[in-house]
Design a protein around this ligand. Structure first.
Ligand code: FAD
Length: 392
């Protein structure tokens, strides 16, 4: 079990209070109206949430990944969209910290830590999000001397927070002929400008209030030093490392949604009576509650374990993949069971369970689908087995 410092415990408690006082009372209405939660995001900025993954000297303080996951869980317990609003932002923060040049870190991280500058990552394209080596967005060298830079063309889709992000970590090909293709992939730090259009807002089942957009690059120009780390061709492995924290965040989001569903169901099962007793006393309902709580706890342990592995500096793709896979499937099951426990009310838009049920599947798809997670996990298992038995 991850142990948080006293200061980290206090941060999680503060965020939990914010969720109870300010988020839960308004989430249903904002969600149904698909309204961007301006005030709540401002509250998150005040609490320093956008800087939690940014170490000093760029941010005021940073916390362990376990604390970051528990803050994410709390926010998602209130409304998953709030946790989603800083998921990509944290991945970009970690990418800059780990791979950025000093100039890139200084340019972006202090403003990202306060939330003044928001960031997102753009990987997925209309042609597919799983096969990232097949992306078609291309950045070509353009101009000479002082006018040298990159000229970018292509389309990205499903990019979260794109309208409100001033920085996009854009996965693109700087050498489309490279073999294998991943050697020709780079991350371009794209700021808004001529030729970069947020072309469409995509309608969706859940994750409402926060925008998911299509981006269009039409001869967009970026300076030569816009490549993360300044060396082209490293973007694929950089992004895979960044996705480790992204997957831990998605697992924590799933935990938050599942916990909200469980807590509502636990209360409802005590308040609602049938056949002369509270429904939790019917064995079927009691069993649901027992299974829900057990699954949530198992997912939490996997998530915190992945967080600790990530902080140890070792490769954590296997642990992050396991946490994301298990927690997201768990959330889909638990939210459906919460809906069952609520009977007809579970299907009502006057209760929150229908929102949890709509929000949960995103975690199955986002940050790499669960089919892809299984591939990541299987590869990790074989890699580690070979490392243990180099003779075989
Ligand atoms: C609300 C929302 C927000 C998102 N936010 C972002 C964002 O901010 N940035 C971003 O870049 N993307 C974002 N995405 C995109 C998301 O990451 C992709 O949808 C996801 O990676 C899957 O890509 P795809 O939709 O193109 O599915 P596809 O890649 O077309 O896959 C379709 C199906 O085939 C399966 N499949 C594909 N290849 C394999 C394989 N090799 N083995 C087994 N099964 C396979 C998949 O698992 C899936 O079931 C978001 C998506 C949603 C819905």
């Amino acid at each position: 079990m991850a142990r948080l410092s006293a200061e980290e415990d206090e941060i999680v408690r503060l965020v939990a209070q914010f969720v109870d006082d300010r988020v839960r009372p308004v989430a249903r209405e904002l969600e149904h109206a698909d309204t961007y939660p301006e005030d709540l995001i401002a509250g998150m900025k005040e609490m320093g949430v956008f800087g939690l993954a940014i170490d000093p000297p760029y941010g005021d303080f940073s916390v362990s990944t376990a604390c970051y996951a528990m803050v994410t869980e709390e926010l998602a317990r209130g409304w998953m969209s709030l946790a989603g609003a800083f998921g990509g932002h944290s991945v970009v923060s970690k990418l800059l910290l780990r791979f950025g040049t000093e100039a890139q870190r200084e340019r972006y991280l202090p403003r990202m830590a306060t939330g003044e500058l928001r960031a997102t990552m753009a990987l997925t394209e209309p042609g597919g999000g799983s096969d990232l080596q097949a992306i078609r967005t291309v950045a070509r060298r353009d101009g000479e001397g002082d006018g040298a830079g990159w000229r970018v063309n292509g389309t990205k889709t499903w990019i979260s927070n794109a309208r409100r992000s001033g920085l996009v970590a854009l996965l693109c090909k700087t050498d489309p002929a490279a073999d294998p293709p991943h050697r020709g992939i780079s991350i371009l730090l794209a700021e808004k400008g001529p030729g970069f259009e947020v072309s469409k807002d995509l309608p969706k089942l859940g994750y409402k209030g926060v925008e998911s957009c299509e981006l269009h690059f039409d001869d967009y120009r970026a300076p030569t030093d816009a490549i993360l780390g300044d060396v082209p061709g490293r973007g694929f492995s950089q992004m895979m490392a960044g996705l480790e924290v992204g997957r831990i965040q998605v697992a924590a989001r799933a935990l938050g949604v599942a916990r909200a569903a469980f807590e509502d169901a636990l209360q409802y099962a005590q308040d609602r009576h049938s056949f002369g007793k509270p429904i939790w006393e019917h064995q079927s309902i009691g069993n649901y509650l027992a299974d829900m709580a057990t699954r949530i706890e198992a997912a939490r342990q996997l998530t915190l374990h992945a967080a600790e592995c990530f902080d140890s500096g070792e490769r954590a793709d296997l642990e992050a993949g396991m946490a994301k896979l298990f927690a997201s499937e768990m959330a889909a099951t638990v939210t459906l069971d919460a809906l069952r426990i609520h009977g007809g009310h579970g299907y009502s838009t006057e209760f929150d369970v229908e929102r949890y049920f709509r929000d949960a599947p995103l975690m199955i798809v986002g940050e790499g689908t669960n089919e892809i997670q299984r591939t990541v996990i299987a590869r990790g298992l074989v890699r580690r087995a070979r490392l243990r038995r180099p003779d075989r």
